[in-house]
Design a protein around this ligand. Sequence first.
Ligand SMILES: C[S@@+](CC[C@H](N)C(=O)[O-])C[C@H]1O[C@@H](n2cnc3c(N)ncnc32)[C@H](O)[C@@H]1O
Length: 393
Amino acid sequence: MHAYGAAHEVRNEDLYAGLVRNGAVDAGEIDTTSPVGRAAQRHSLGKRKVRWIQQTLRQLGVIERVPGRRGVWRAVAKKELEKAPRNLVRVAFSTDLGLALWSDCSAFRRIDEPIHLILSSPPYPLSKARAYGGPSVKEYTEFICRSIEPLLRNLVPGGSLCLNLSNDIFLAGSPARSTYLERLTIALEDLGLSLMDRLAWENPSKPPGPTYWACKERVQLVHTWEPVLWMTNDPTRCLADNRRVLRPHSVATSKLIARGGEARSTSYGDGAHRLRPGSFGSETAGTIPRNILRIPHEASSIAPVRRAALDSGLPAHGALMPRDLARFLIEFLTPVDGMVADLFSGWFTTATQAEETGRRWICTEQMAQYVALGAWRLQDAPGFHSSFDLTRA
Ligand SMILES: C[S@@+](CC[C@H](N)C(=O)[O-])C[C@H]1O[C@@H](n2cnc3c(N)ncnc32)[C@H](O)[C@@H]1O
């Protein structure tokens, strides 16, 4: 390990020579070969001993082979996350449209830029926090309100706040869910926001759970959705526009329109809904999406980032938002020249989608390694520039 600490990548031949030089192994042991095994092939017993230790270190996860280079090994990069020092705000990278800050989200206190959409997936109040930590249920409302408040100052009239939260926070030792979401919603109302909707993000790729209550005790169903709390500071001037997110008509609807609409005259729901000849017959630009959004985590967009993380020894992120969810919310809630802000950016999914849809963006993320991967994702964006040594992470 001393050898791997001193140099980044070490060839085995240099390793043997170094070990002989500092007396850890006998030169004779390295240089002479002896018959080994049934085939009695000749090997250096000294080198085999070193390689045995190498394998042990590999299994412990402290060294690894350098991909594509035979007989070359290196120390595994430090996996602990590096938090931005208190009160430090560093521009990690920027593009023509956006600004990524390596800092605590309180950096937004120093920013005076009108914001059209605050879109974020904050750390959930999990009983076993993720690698990047997070507040407990008890601290949650205070934590979110304190973090969001500086951005609300800059939210333009009719701007929106969207928070992807968890519905699966349970009371200790109980199959009952916490009502922290309700408490948080009311606290955000007290900050001047109005509830537009609790969109349901149905995630077919969500791992089955809650394991104990659904699979062992059988008193719960398997969860599959997460709420997206959508609020605005001025519902009468809300900037949402569903014409920006229309879906193609289904085959049945297209056929109905082509036929000139309904032929029947009827009513249902005790007269609440009426059908007349011609109903639903007008040509429209598309179908208005329903408020249950079925969006899987598409492996194809995340696999290259995970590979980049692996190749550069950076830790994987355990809680990403799917690209299509971020894109949908940005297009629905932000005018094309609008500004999107994410205070808990992770691997910068919000920024990638703001960038791709032509919106401006400002994002903060506290962990250097996640910022580095965000930069990797956005490196081809027009005007990409970074003065942050992203490899240091
Ligand atoms: C659920 S993840 C966000 C993932 C992101 N939506 C994505 O898809 O790439 C939450 C992130 O918030 C970051 N975070 C937590 N507290 C923070 C704070 N006070 N300031 C800035 N970032 C913070 C964590 O490091 C973590 O990466």
